[in-house]
Design a protein around this ligand. Structure first.
Ligand SMILES: [Fe+2]
Ligand SMILES: [Fe+2]
Length: 130
């Protein structure tokens, strides 16, 4: 899955972090066996954690209100990754499982960027953050 320029918010750090999350999602597809999956999911979690913390801190510092729904979406992402991680240890049909994981993650990332992260873009750009 390739990055599409239309997914950029125009805030360099955030866009770079979103790209890293996509890279970690793509790296998952290289898993050659179920044993690799928890490690790759862990790497994805690590990138996501760095990004979510950075994003929420930046928004709080810039007085962006009403972050409850946004934080909940980030939480749901981690919960789902944890479920995938557990499932990967139960010897799923690898091809079917990886396809389900890929679809969930790619959909989550792009709908989150376009529907949730986009809501703060103008606020941060107006404050001179780019
Ligand atoms: Fe977010
Ligand atoms: Fe984000």
């Amino acid at each position: 899955m390739q990055w599409n320029e239309s997914w950029n918010l125009g805030i360099a750090t955030i866009d770079g972090q979103h790209r890293n999350i996509l890279k970690a999602i793509n790296a998952l597809q290289t898993a050659s066996g179920p044993k690799m999956i928890p490690k790759l999911l862990q790497a994805l979690t690590a990138y996501a954690l760095i990004h979510f913390d950075y994003e929420i801190n930046l928004l709080e510092e810039n007085d962006f209100k009403d972050l409850i729904g946004h934080k909940r979406e980030h939480e749901n992402f981690f919960l789902q990754i944890r479920e995938f991680s557990t499932e990967s240890q139960e010897e799923p049909d690898l091809e079917e499982f990886m396809e389900r994981v890929r679809i969930y993650l790619v959909n989550w990332l792009f709908s989150h960027i376009q529907e949730v992260d986009m809501q703060y873009r103008d606020h941060l750009l107006a404050r001179g953050i780019k």
